[in-house]
Design a binder for this molecule. Structure first.
Ligand SMILES: NC(=O)C1=CN([C@@H]2O[C@H](COP(=O)(O)OP(=O)(O)OC[C@H]3O[C@@H](n4cnc5c(N)ncnc54)[C@H](OP(=O)(O)O)[C@@H]3O)[C@@H](O)[C@H]2O)C=CC1
Ligand SMILES: O=C(O)[C@@H]1CCC=N1
Length: 284
């Protein structure tokens, strides 16, 4: 056996059992991605305190569900911690008696450092800390991944397989950067939604129908992102300048953004998110 193989985990070919503690938004998005990627439904488990969310997942995907986190933790090869950071200590105390040493632990919780997860579970474990985002619901997620030193290559590949099912994945070199990943990728869809909401409000005030404004604005945002991704030889600044005719309409809007310190507003928001991530990682 090499360091890259693990006796209890099959190759990353959807053969392992995977269980989600917490059957909310992120768990549902990842489960939907796994099902689309042909992960067998009978190898996917979810646990949650309230039944309706479990029933919805069973109806939609025919996965296995339980209200017992402990039973789920005992059953699966890959355990995904998908509860709010404020609930993670409770979950850890419910499952710490389970021997997790041969399992891969994946956390999607904001803030919580891997070391704190291990401390709360009272075990040294192979843990991947991840930060996906809600565009995962449409297969367009962006997930940052960080593995501790106990995670082997096979476990890294299986983590990539899971998160590639909901979008793109980027391995992050230092765990300290995970709060930044949260600020710029986990949380950022909300910033873009706020931007689009604000633009729709402005367009409606200028007399346009909300429907037309929605169509134009969402497509413009999607198009700008696609253009940036498909033109790697041009910087974002260059792309921006190509829109901005001297003395034109864009220049007027950009000047207004700048005079209202848009860049400073964005920097402060990202810093606030990073700071909150650090706090969530320490809250009891
Ligand atoms: N939403 C997002 O955009 C992103 C979220 N995350 C992270 O993902 C995690 C989950 O967030 P999200 O899916 O949005 O949250 P949700 O509230 O949608 O899901 C959390 C789920 O956990 C359940 N839950 C609560 N207590 C327990 C418990 N003791 N045992 C098992 N399940 C429990 C809740 O059940 P009930 O509702 O019945 O109480 C709920 O279904 C968070 O840690 C968050 O930081 C990461 C990236 C993006
Ligand atoms: O707002 C939050 O705390 C979570 C983490 C990233 C997105 N939602």
């Amino acid at each position: 056996m090499t360091a890259d193989t693990h006796p209890d985990l099959p190759a990353p070919n959807s053969e392992a059992t995977i269980g989600f503690i917490g059957a909310g938004n992120m768990a549902s998005a990842i489960i939907a991605g796994l099902i689309s990627a042909n992960w067998p439904a009978h190898k996917i488990y979810a646990s949650n305190p309230s039944l309706p969310k479990l029933e919805r997942l069973t109806q939609k995907f025919n996965i296995k569900t339980t209200q017992s986190n402990q039973a789920l933790a005992e059953q699966v090869d890959i355990l995904v911690l998908a509860v709010k950071p404020q609930k993670l200590a409770d979950v850890c105390s419910q499952i710490k008696s389970v021997d997790l040493s041969h399992k891969l632990i994946i956390s999607v919780a904001a803030g919580w450092p891997i070391q704190r997860i291990e401390q709360n579970l009272q075990q040294q474990l192979a843990v991947v800390r991840t930060m996906p985002n809600t565009p995962a619901f449409v297969g367009e997620g962006a997930s940052g991944l960080f593995a501790n030193s106990r995670v082997n290559q096979q476990q890294k590949r299986i983590t990539e397989t899971i998160f590639n099912a909901i979008g793109t994945t980027s391995w992050i070199a230092a765990e300290a950067q995970m709060d930044t990943v949260t600020a710029i990728a986990g949380s950022s869809p909300a910033y873009f939604f706020l931007m689009m909401e604000s633009m729709i409000t402005a367009a409606v005030q200028a007399g346009m129908s909300e429907k037309t404004a929605f169509e134009l604005i969402t497509q413009a945002m999607k198009g700008a992102a696609t253009l940036a991704q498909s033109t790697p030889n041009k910087s974002l600044e260059q792309l921006r300048k190509e829109v901005t005719s001297p003395g034109g309409t864009t220049a007027a809007a950009i000047a207004s953004f700048k005079s209202n310190e848009f860049e400073d507003i964005v920097r402060k928001a990202v810093d606030a998110s990073i700071q909150r991530g650090k706090e969530l990682g320490q809250l009891n």
